[in-house]
Design a protein around this ligand. Structure first.
Ligand code: GDP
Length: 471
């Protein structure tokens, strides 16, 4: 902005500060502020609006500070298998039902809300980081706070570390719930020590990570945990504008025999109302009914509310974003455009793995692609790896995940790798015997790993080695 004005950045910052905007040099400022500041320099801002609303997830309109109100935090629970994620989610759900709601939360819709000290907290009901990663892979940042569950008797395990890395990558604060404290002889300090090695230093040892000893089974410590969630939320100053058209994310969706397409969405901003026309993923529909986590029909859903909606013509995918478009014609056109775009993307993706195209790519030799095939033990890991690797940013080299799947590394993986000059990453899986010998023959490099972080480190190093030497 300073450049456009042909002024020193410091002069612009000074003006901003004099208007009460405590700006730094790389801060984004909104159009209104720009106009005011420009005027101070005798420059007029002409704002040309040129928005293609079909990619609305990339366009967040800025809310005026006075329109913003506090919203509940959205919490995801992550941790190693069997460390007590599901038990904790159930315990929180059952013991924090608002007074007068004797029935409790009977409805599992993929997320629920509880009230603690008069404040609400929204929990995503799918434990584990598959959900977290799927959302992020689709560009939706849903989680405000992660509760990392670590069983005190078991300590830090592989998925614990993965979860830490997911949360870190997404810049989401972590609260550690040291679970199973009811078991005899368990020592929470061991968990603290182990997590310190991964950068989570307990507050009482001079760091800024909150550790709460709990028992998901007995309910001990859960109240403390929830109070800590509220504390961290307060520091984050989570806000939204309830007085505008809603936007948010699809958490779950399915086709119900009686009710048609049913989607659970999380409202992130604005207020969703029955009768609203929305585009969710690639579909436009009018909301016929909304049902909350207690199975009650509701008419409005303010920010951070999870709610089941009826009225979409088809089933969107988890992680798809939605937005209200009151103009039905426009809504339909946007949905159609999004559908078209997705079809084109899929076409592009499949041509990448066809032999013709791969051969062409290699021959061109201009772009230095690092082609990668991922095989993992579970879909969640494969997706997590894929999205992590695609994010590696080394100048001049382009990471391409040409295939990712679940199961042992097979001959067909090797054929594909050989044809596309790709390396194969096995995550918690091994090659089949035939595949191994074929790989030797074809000189295909297979790398086996058990920790996502190690894969990323290795690939990054390899990419740096691939660069042209600088003279
Ligand atoms: P998840 O895989 O992380 O969702 O773990 P679960 O919630 O399914 O719990 C795995 C096992 O640990 C179950 O048998 C639970 O009953 C048990 N468990 C969970 N939390 C506690 C706890 O606080 N204390 C004890 N003793 N057992 C627990």
């Amino acid at each position: 902005f300073a450049k456009l004005l042909r002024r020193e950045a410091s002069a612009v910052i000074k003006k901003l500060i004099s208007h009460g905007v405590m700006a730094t040099i790389n801060q984004e400022i909104d159009v209104e502020t720009m106009s005011v500041i420009a005027e101070e320099f005798d420059v007029t801002v002409i704002y040309k609006e040129e928005v293609d609303e079909s990619n609305f997830e990339e366009q967040e309109e800025v809310d005026a500070p006075e329109d913003l109100v506090e919203r509940p935090p959205v919490v995801t629970i992550m941790g190693h298998v069997d460390h007590g994620k599901t038990t904790l989610l159930d315990q929180i759900r059952n013991s924090n039902v608002t007074a007068g709601e004797a029935g409790g939360i009977t409805q599992h819709i993929g997320a629920y809300q509880v009230e603690v000290n008069g404040k609400k907290i929204t929990f995503l009901d799918t434990p584990g980081h598959a959900a977290f990663t799927t959302m992020r892979a689709r560009g939706a940042q849903v989680t405000d706070i992660t509760i990392l569950v670590v069983a005190a008797d078991d300590g830090v395990m592989s998925q614990t570390i993965e979860a830490v890395n997911h949360a870190k990558a997404a810049n989401v604060p972590i609260i550690v719930a040291v679970n199973k404290m009811d078991k005899p002889g368990v020592n929470p300090d061991r968990v603290k020590q182990q997590l310190m090695e991964h950068g989570l230093v307990p507050e009482e040892w001079g760091g800024d990570t909150i550790f709460v000893p709990v028992s998901a089974l007995t309910g001990n410590g859960i109240e403390d945990l929830l109070e800590m969630v509220l504390l961290v939320a307060e520091v984050q100053e989570l806000k939204a504008n309830p007085n505008k058209r809603a936007r948010g994310v699809v958490i779950e969706a399915e086709l119900d025999k009686g009710r048609g397409a049913v989607a659970t969405v999380l409202v992130q901003n604005g207020t969703l109302k029955v009768g609203d026309g929305i585009v969710a993923g690639n579909y436009f529909g009018k909301i016929r009914a909304m049902i909350n986590d207690r199975g009650r029909r509701i008419k409005t859903a303010p920010p951070s509310t999870p709610v089941e909606i009826l009225g979409l013509p088809d089933v969107p995918s988890p992680g798809d974003q939605f937005m209200v478009f009151e103009d039905e014609k426009k809504g339909r056109a946007i949905a159609e455009k999004r559908m078209q775009k997705r079809i084109e993307e899929e076409r592009g993706a499949s041509s990448r793995v066809s032999l013709d195209d791969l051969f062409k790519q290699i021959k061109e030799g201009e772009v230095k692609d690092l082609n990668i095939i991922i095989k993992a033990d579970v879909q969640g890991s494969a997706e997590a790896l894929k999205s992590s690797l695609e994010k590696i940013d080394v100048e001049g080299v382009n990471v391409k995940i040409i295939h990712s799947g679940v199961g042992a590394i097979s001959e067909s993986d090797i054929i594909l790798a050989s044809a596309s000059n790709a390396i194969v990453i096995g995550f918690n899986v091994r090659p089949e015997p035939n595949a191994r010998s074929m790989a030797e023959q074809e000189k295909v490099d297979i790398r086996l790993h058990r920790v996502i972080y190690n894969v990323i480190e290795e690939i990054e190093a390899a990419m740096k080695g691939m660069l042209d030497p600088e003279f």
